[in-house]
Design a protein around this ligand. Structure first.
Ligand SMILES: [Zn+2]
Length: 252
């Protein structure tokens, strides 16, 4: 139950965008909120404070909803909770109908899942596993540029896991497909939920084993071996991509 006197973090989501005040999540009591919070759901705690997800459909304050990317400056744990809220919001719209019987689904009362009104099945949020890998060749790192990144930034190689594939096979396949490079010494680094819309990024470090750089221009606009001393504009701090790049540079 909500305690009207207790300050909490609020992940207020409308169409997968978050309500922000002063570029951060509001930290306030339910009474101070400008939204009705009857439907708020507890999704975690941060520094001893509850964190709630509240789905809203309309607001008088149209200008204050932003992409979760605006929160990359926050502590990683709070950033991930904001992503949890936007992923749950995505679940409400993308899993509104039962994949088994086709009936309407609603948010389950006692868990963060969808409950089918027809066959009573529970459907959990659908996540897409992705790998992301930084490849080192002596004092150089393999970086790619994607047409979808309008800023022209460079980042490491990433891709979706296929059915029947281990994470290590996926890492080697993605690097080969996108750049023609063979890799070795693949080791796990860490992970980051990435709510755009519902990816789970699993990060790896790897070393160059062979091959000549041949970027796949259907996927990439460029791929380069970048010297640690001359790096192009990079993925922003707060992303696992940036953490992988920094960890690789430290190994040089
Ligand atoms: Zn059903």
């Amino acid at each position: 139950m909500l305690n009207n006197q207790e300050a909490a973090y609020w992940c207020i989501v409308r169409e997968r965008q978050l309500y922000l005040e002063n570029q951060t999540l509001p930290l306030m009591t339910p009474k101070q909120l400008v939204f009705s919070c009857e439907n708020a759901r507890l999704i975690g705690h941060f520094q001893g404070k509850p964190v709630y997800w509240l789905e809203v459909t309309e607001s008088n304050d149209q200008g204050r909803f932003y992409s979760q990317r605006e929160l990359l400056h926050l502590d990683g744990e709070l950033f991930s909770l904001a992503g949890k809220a936007t992923q749950l919001s995505h679940m409400l719209s993308s899993q509104a109908f039962c994949a088994i019987c086709g009936a309407r689904c609603v948010l389950a009362r006692h868990e963060l899942a969808m409950h089918c009104q027809g066959c009573q099945a529970h459907h959990y949020p659908r996540l897409s596993p992705c790998v992301i890998v930084a490849v080192r060749k002596e004092n150089q790192i393999l970086l790619a540029q994607h047409p979808r990144h309008k800023t022209g930034m460079y980042t490491v190689i990433a891709g979706f896991v296929e059915a029947g594939e281990t994470l290590e096979q996926c890492v080697a396949r993605e690097v080969m497909e996108e750049t023609g490079i063979e890799i070795t010494n693949i080791r796990y680094f860490g992970s980051q939920p990435w709510a755009f819309p519902s990816n789970l990024m699993m990060g790896f470090l790897a070393d160059y084993a062979g091959g000549t750089l041949k970027p796949d221009y259907t996927e990439l606009s460029d791929a380069i071996w970048a010297d640690a001393a001359h790096l192009p504009p990079l993925a922003p701090p707060g992303t696992i991509a940036r953490a992988l790049i920094e960890a690789t540079i430290e190994l040089m």
